[in-house]
Ligand binder design. Sequence first.
Ligand code: ATP
Length: 263
Amino acid sequence: MWRSIRKFFQFFVDKPIKKGAVLYDRYEVISVIGTGSYGIVYLCKDLKTNENRVVKQLRPSKRRIKKEIKLFENEISILRLLNHKSMPKLYDEFSNNGYFYYVMNYIEGENLEDQIFLNHKTFKETESLLLLARLLELVAYLHKNGMYHQDLRIPNILLKDKEPFLIDFGLSKQIVSVDPICSSSKELEMKQQDYYDLGDILLYLLYTTYSSNNKKVLPWTEELSLKKETVHLLKRLLRIQEPYSDISELSADLHAALLSKEK
Ligand SMILES: Nc1ncnc2c1ncn2[C@@H]1O[C@H](COP(=O)(O)OP(=O)(O)OP(=O)(O)O)[C@@H](O)[C@H]1O
């Protein structure tokens, strides 16, 4: 009962801002390009520079919830630290009448979830591993700089001409390491969470070519016909076997899988 009242309330309060409205006297709304659990994302025109920008607004229904404001602020503080062509660049942040916004560059790609489920895009084994290798480079950049994404999922990856971009840093963490050589148990835990999520993404990609009339659901090890190196990689990513504790080991196994012949 309370859930449906809350949903009804959110539906009205979270109505997106209309096309043509100008935010902060500067960003003209062109369209809504995404809605997530805590943000509404607009494509806007920056009237000062004439360039397209993306403005993310904290959902109005969440603007009085401390935890949600904290997540939004956390995302901004992580974006401020990023300096990578395949990750968003923060341009501006503002609040207006108690609503919170930040501004980033527009990445013209489509998210991987829509590509798979709406456009029915498929990825063969080698293509899946190659995409994983590109994602691993992005994760390596974050980890090297003491940042952990912690929400690597298919809706948080945009693909533009086969190049992946990482977005949605709301749950990301930054740790200033005391010892640059040895990572603390917290760092290791966060690292392995990102690796696990990469394993989950790889499994999504590999299942795009799977079809069967079999009504019985079997484990992925039986449903998918994969190279033994890919199975080994997945088992370690998904912690079925000893999890990876550093990126060089993971990277070596990924390259071994890429180099071996497809079944
Ligand atoms: N910089 C960008 N350029 C282009 N599209 C973007 C950009 N940022 C976000 N989007 C689009 O908006 C959607 C929602 O963005 P985002 O994941 O940041 O919102 P969210 O509310 O944090 O979502 P979630 O429910 O995953 O927490 C994305 O899936 C993507 O399609």
